[in-house]
Design a protein around this ligand. Structure first.
Ligand code: XMP
Length: 316
């Protein structure tokens, strides 16, 4: 049977053999996959061989930069933050189609990684790609494409670096076991899943900094209320999706038009392959809705009551 101990014992010599004395750039996002990989590489490589980069796409959660930098400090790994937000937003400026959005994010992500790898003389780039990313991107002969994950489908055919993906065969629950085994705190090992294209796939239609700011704050509110009510541990993912739908509102005795409508999505799952919308979160919905309409520009809140299948977890 699989165990994190065995995985580490087998993978470290393989990594050392593959990399030799060359340099490795790790694409770090603060999620459980790349954070675990960071801890694994920190064990396998010499300190001057390894550099972690957080590519700030402007599409990530507020806490990401703090999580990535603190992880590297804790593990003694060199770290850079690479601000690419303007390039992501300008590439997304004309894109409405969901699949196209993922591909554009993937393409910019790959070109930014290439630039950082060249700048820092890294022959290898390591990514925390796991098995579900590969399957859903249609990356095996047995799977059809459900959606292109940015870290799989964005990669050009010809790369100027060599890709290292040591977690490629693992499922999410195995990665969580690995994270605990490698001594990562719960903040990382139990962190809720967040998609690589970030909030780009959580706003319908064009992706603008303003829409992203609204949906980022709204998602924070959803998570805060769940955590305050002690529901956090049973929830796999909890977030908001901004719709391209205007909604009518009323304030005092005035009609208020064009208020944005927002979906709250809270799901329970063990590996994202199937999921149930959360029934246990019912008690939190009232406070979530009340905070969303008072603290953001949103005028109407709806709760998504579809399981996966038939619906996917994300709206795009
Ligand atoms: P779905 O929406 O397919 O989500 O039920 C399954 C899991 O994958 C994540 N996800 C993505 N991750 N690029 C990513 O890196 C994507 O395009 C993407 N779409 C979905 C999603 O958050 C969930 O964990």
């Amino acid at each position: 049977p699989w165990s994190p101990e065995k995985f580490v014992d087998e993978t470290i010599p393989q990594l050392r053999g593959a990399v030799g004395s060359d340099r490795v750039l790790l694409a770090l996002s603060g999620g459980v996959d790349s954070s675990s990989l960071c801890a694994l590489l920190a064990r396998a490589m010499q300190p001057d061989q390894l550099l972690a980069v957080y590519i700030d796409s402007g599409l990530m959660q507020e806490e990401t930069s703090k999580l990535t930098s603190e992880l590297c400090k804790r593990l003694g790994v060199s770290y850079v933050e690479w601000d690419a937000a303007t390039r992501f937003f300008s590439a997304l400026n004309v894109v409405k189609d969901p699949t196209e959005k993922c591909l554009v994010v993937g393409k910019i992500f790959a070109s930014e990684l290439t630039a950082v790898a060249q700048l820092h003389n890294c022959r290898f780039v390591a990514q925390g790609t796991i098995w579900s990313d590969v399957i859903e991107s249609g990356g095996t002969k047995f799977s059809s494409q459900i959606k292109p994950h940015h870290n799989v489908a964005g990669m050009p055919e010809v790369l100027s670096f060599e890709l290292l993906e040591p977690l490629r065969s693992l499922f999410k629950d195995q990665v969580r076991q690995l994270a605990s085994h490698l001594g990562l705190p719960k903040e990382y090992s139990a962190r809720r899943v967040f998609p690589g294209p970030g909030f780009a796939i959580r706003v319908k239609g064009l992706v603008t900094p303003k829409k992203v700011a609204v949906v980022r704050r709204a998602s924070q509110i959803v998570e805060e209320v769940l955590d305050q009510q002690g529901l956090g541990p049973s929830i796999w993912m909890a977030f908001a999706v901004l719709l391209e739908v205007d909604s009518l509102g009323v304030q005092g005795d005035h009609r208020v038009e064009n208020r944005w409508a927002l979906v709250v999505r809270i799901v329970e799952s063990t590996n994202s392959m199937t999921a149930r919308f959360s029934r246990s979160a019912y008690g939190a919905l009232e406070e979530i809705a009340s905070r969303l309409v008072h603290e953001t520009v949103v005028g109407r809140v709806v709760y998504d009551i579809t399981d996966k299948p038939p619906a996917t977890i994300e709206w795009e």
